[in-house]
Write a protein that binds this ligand. Structure first.
Ligand code: CA
Length: 491
């Protein structure tokens, strides 16, 4: 039945691709994904620094839980983590932004794997933030020639993947660079960049043939430049699987354009395409005393902001971006939400006068000590003009799926809502039947594998476990017994 459903989905996807239906369907509607393993991913790179700063996370029922369990229970199936070569100064003081070195990535990957989530390793090949404005080589590579960088990048990639996998992570994808639209590791000539991409790619291929190699660019609103990048990668024989882009609706053009540029790459070169970063504010308020990227004074957002700054609007944005990637067809691999848990380390809401100052100082100390802000003062040695001047807290605490106290927002439910999965539909064929009772028995006996959503759909009595009691409840439901559980309702 599952095969039939996938075939039906492919047929509808072919039609969708042909007529290009408008995206942004009603919020309650599920998305019929063309890619059977569509990625509902999230980047939570700052989590370890946040936890060290005292942040706790609470699930949609208000229970304190491991962030990774909360995300997995709510349909997130992939975690993305950034890696900086050495985000520390000579005294061992972290630059901030989560202080994400290889060890941090390994710990995050292992925790994701514990809850059945794969890992996308996002190598910046820099000691701090890499984006279109900054592609600075790591300190250790500062005086390297291109040939020396190629050797170093290959070795660093191999060693890092080994460390991360040995920690227990399930590495599914590796990004060779971050937002490498204008350069990578200090190289800006495209032919040099291509050689570095291929060095990273070769390291991944040698490590495991099962890991997808992704390249990540941004500014999809510049359709001509996206085409130039894809054409140049082809011209330079760069070996990769996934063409990824950032898509922030306040900067990056329309969703129709996003679909069109991704479709060009998928159709012309047969590559997978995805959105490696997106986000949207659930409020314009700041909660940690450090100004947010999108705020009351600068929501200079243009024509593309179709959604309110509410949790509902945030969920609608996620659904719309997923639909836009899905509209590409089978090559539309998925979407990662960027830093969906980078909350405040101390809630500033409603504070004034000396109370405000005291809390701000406490927050500031945490950003400095644990790296839980976007940058610490220690980053000035490496990035004096930006991070060294404007260091501070979270610039996206209004774009998370958790409020300033770590409580999950209702918008987190979007990741299960888009699947259209219903409680009791254990075998995911779209209906609740006697086959599901059989499937639950198979899951209990471990005769079939079950992911987080399968388990959630199977736990019909909602006690957090899949047991024989769930089989009984399903049988009662099918025999029309009145039940206190929302069987056959969306998860
Ligand atoms: Ca902030």
């Amino acid at each position: 039945m599952k095969v039939k459903r996938i075939l039906a989905a492919l047929l509808i996807c072919a039609l969708l691709a042909a007529v290009m239906l408008p995206v942004g369907a009603a919020e309650s509607e599920a998305i019929l994904f063309c890619q059977p393993d569509f990625i509902s991913g999230m980047d939570v790179s700052s989590v370890l620094s946040l936890e060290r700063s005292g942040v706790r996370f609470y699930d949609t029922n208000g229970r304190e839980e491991d962030l990774f369990k909360i995300l997995s229970d709510n349909g997130v199936n992939y975690i993305r983590v950034r890696v900086w070569n050495n985000p520390y100064n000579a005294d061992g003081k972290g630059y901030g932004g989560g202080n994400n070195d290889v060890a941090a990535a390994a710990e995050i990957g292992a925790r994701a794997a514990r809850y059945g989530m794969k890992l996308l390793v996002d190598f910046h090949y820099s000691d701090f933030w890499a984006d279109p404005q900054k592609q600075k080589a790591p300190k250790a590579w500062e005086n390297y020639s291109l040939e020396e960088k190629i050797t170093a990048l290959k070795a660093f990639t191999r060693d890092a993947l080994q460390t991360i996998q040995q920690a227990g992570a399930a590495i599914g994808m590796v990004q060779i660079g971050n937002e490498t639209t204008t350069g990578i590791a200090g190289e800006h000539d495209f032919d040099a960049m291509a050689r570095l991409f291929n060095a990273g790619s070769a390291a991944v291929r040698a490590f495991s043939p099962d890991i997808l190699v992704a390249l990540h660019f941004t500014n999809p609103e510049r359709a001509g430049h996206v085409k130039y990048l894809a054409d140049s990668l082809n011209r330079c024989h760069v070996d990769y699987d996934v063409f990824a882009t950032s898509y922030y609706p306040f900067w990056h053009g329309s969703l129709d354009n996003l679909t069109a540029v991704l479709r060009y790459v998928a159709d012309t070169y047969g590559k997978y395409v995805m959105v490696a970063e997106t986000s949207y504010p659930y409020t314009l308020a700041d909660t940690d005393g450090f100004q947010n990227t999108v705020n009351e004074n600068d929501n200079s957002t243009g024509e593309n902001l179709l959604w309110d700054f509410t949790p509902e609007g945030q969920a609608q944005e996620v659904r719309a971006v997923m639909s836009a990637v899905n509209a590409v067809g089978e090559k539309g691999l998925g979407v990662f939400y960027w830093e969906g848990a980078w909350v405040s380390v101390g809630d500033m809401t409603g504070r004034g006068g000396s109370d405000y100052t005291a809390q701000w100082l406490a927050n500031s100390q945490k950003w400095e000590s644990y790296g839980s802000g976007w940058a610490s003062s220690f980053s000035s040695e490496y990035d004096p003009d930006d991070a060294g001047r404007y260091y501070g807290g979270s610039a996206v605490d209004n774009q998370t799926f958790f409020d300033a106290r770590g409580q999950a927002l209702p918008s987190l439910r979007v990741f299960t809502a888009v699947t259209g999965r219903r409680l009791g539909d254990a075998n995911n064929d779209g209906a609740v039947t006697i086959d599901d009772a059989t499937q639950v028995q198979k899951i209990i006996a471990e005769l079939v594998s079950a992911d987080a959503l399968d388990n959630r759909a199977s736990d019909v009595n909602g006690d957090g476990r899949v047991t024989i009691d769930d089989v009984t409840v399903l049988q009662q439901y099918l025999a029309d017994y009145p039940l206190p559980y929302p069987v056959n309702q969306p998860l």
